[in-house]
Design a binder for this molecule. Structure first.
Ligand code: IFM
Length: 477
């Protein structure tokens, strides 16, 4: 790996930011319930698919689970104080469905709702805008037992749950996103099986994707009815997808992966239809018989904003005859109908996830969504990187992560300059946390977590980000 370049010292900002962001730009950090809360069996919480999955042998690295995670459930007031110390203007968190409605249907669990009421009050008390995500992958296990997301009824259950959370928190939460990264829920959860519930059927993955979006549309309608003044959206994880060469077969491979990764969600939600070419690619997998009249109208219910999670770019090439798909993350059936497309690495610097660092891809992604899909305000609801961290003399000097944030914020600024209505940016993540199938082996936090003592140590990137927020801008390069 090449030496990381250290961005200008924070002190350079003292001359005033050379790249100011628009007034009111929403600077935040994000987390998700199962990744940080712990207290898996407390306060009336029942198991989700991630409890079951992580407790199943061989599903996560070293059998790691979210049972304790960052113990945020017990340390929440201290964690909010930490956010305030960093100057965060907003905090994006997710509500744990199995904590507030343990059976996935029926009555709410008052103790579960109370935790989120206290969290929101604590945030507001510190002047931090709460940004609530309803679903960050923790489906109540009883709903999976009844068929999970491939079953249509799960969409209706999700809307009921949304209503219940809106009744409890709608008076104090302005920003709501329904789903986080439905591609992962559908295609890693039901396609490759790398994520909970660990099922591996391409047709189920496609059905799951549709029902997630149907649940999103129904939830937006329920939220809108309960809180007409709320700002409502969805968060999708998007990638630029480039062909490895101009050869028509490589260009076609890129079209296919772009269809499955990006347009599968963007088109129904923002245009009210599935792309024809995607339907064609998926014809060997499904006849789309699960799509009923009126579904796409519900799915495309108008929104107030779109959340985009950006991490990297895909570069792909046509299949080579006789060659097997590469690794478990990309292979199997998380690209149903296009399993044999090859993912090409370019030899550029990567993070500890082996994801190529590609800041210009963020500009392209934001510009594309704005140009091809919508004039709505856009938010980067996640962006960040895992690197190996070392605590030296009680400090963590995470130069690579800091450089990653710096380059991507420059990209965000360039997108604004080119006319993209980007209104906010959330660093992933506030804290090191449970990185799903990777357990605690990957650290994405701006704040280091010692999982033995639960001590929090703000890394260099956190202190740098605090200064960027304070100045509402970046230094000259
Ligand atoms: O940790 C995840 C998060 O839950 C969803 N977006 C990507 C992050 C890094 O993998």
């Amino acid at each position: 790996m090449t030496e990381p370049t250290r961005p200008p010292a924070v002190g350079v900002l003292d001359q005033g930011p050379a790249r100011p962001f628009p007034p009111g730009f929403l600077w935040g950090a994000a987390t998700a319930a199962y990744q940080i809360e712990g207290a898996a069996a407390e306060g009336g919480r029942a198991p989700s698919i991630w409890d079951t999955f992580s407790h199943t042998q061989g599903r996560t690295i070293a059998g790691h689970t979210g049972d304790v995670a960052c113990d945020h459930y017990h340390r929440m007031p201290d964690d909010v104080r930490l956010m305030a110390d960093l100057g965060l203007r907003s905090y994006r968190f997710s509500v744990s469905w199995p904590r507030v409605q343990p059976g996935g249907s029926g009555a709410a669990n008052p103790e579960g709702l109370d935790f989120y009421r206290r969290l929101v009050d604590e945030l507001l008390g510190h002047g931090i805008e709460p940004w609530l995500t309803l679903y960050h992958w923790d489906l109540p296990q009883p709903l999976e037992d009844a068929g999970g997301w491939p079953a249509r009824d799960t969409a209706a259950r999700f809307a009921d749950y949304a209503r219940l959370v809106a009744d409890a928190l709608g008076d104090r939460v302005r920003y709501w996103t329904t789903l986080n990264e439905p591609w992962c829920s559908a295609f890693l959860g039901y396609g490759s099986g790398a994520h909970a519930p660990g099922r591996t059927d391409g047709a189920d993955a496609v059905r799951a994707g549709h029902h997630l979006m149907l649940g999103h549309g129904l939830a937006v309608r329920a939220l809108r009815a309960a809180r007409p003044d709320a700002q409502l959206g969805i968060t999708v994880n998007l990638y630029p997808v480039d062909p490895a060469s101009e050869a028509p077969a490589d260009v076609d491979a890129a079209r296919r992966i772009d269809g499955l990764a990006n347009r599968f969600f963007l088109d129904p939600v923002l245009r009210g239809s599935y792309p024809d070419d995607l339907r064609g690619d998926l014809a060997p997998v499904t006849d789309f018989g699960h799509v009923r009249d009126g579904d796409l109208e519900i799915i495309s219910t108008p929104l107030d904003l779109v959340g985009i999670n950006y991490y990297s770019r895909h570069v792909v090439a046509a299949p080579v005859e006789g060659e097997q798909p590469q690794d478990y993350w990309r292979a199997s059936t998380c690209w149903p109908g296009s399993e044999d497309v090859r993912f090409v690495t370019r030899g550029i610097p990567v993070t500890d996830m082996d994801w190529e660092i590609d800041a210009p891809g963020l500009v392209e992604t934001l510009e594309r969504v704005h140009r091809e899909y919508t004039d709505l305000p856009l938010y980067v609801t996640e962006n960040g990187s895992a690197f190996v961290d070392a605590v030296v003399d009680g400090q963590v000097d995470d130069v690579d992560r800091l450089a990653y944030f710096d380059s991507h914020l420059r990209a965000a600024h360039a997108a604004i300059d080119s006319g993209v209505p980007l209104r906010g940016y959330f660093a992933w993540s506030l804290l090191d946390n449970f990185e799903w199938a990777w357990g605690y082996t990957k650290r994405f936090g701006m704040v280091y977590v010692d999982y033995d003592s639960q001590a929090r140590i703000p890394k260099s990137s956190a202190r740098w980000y605090a200064e960027v927020i304070r100045r509402n801008g970046l230094a000259a390069q």
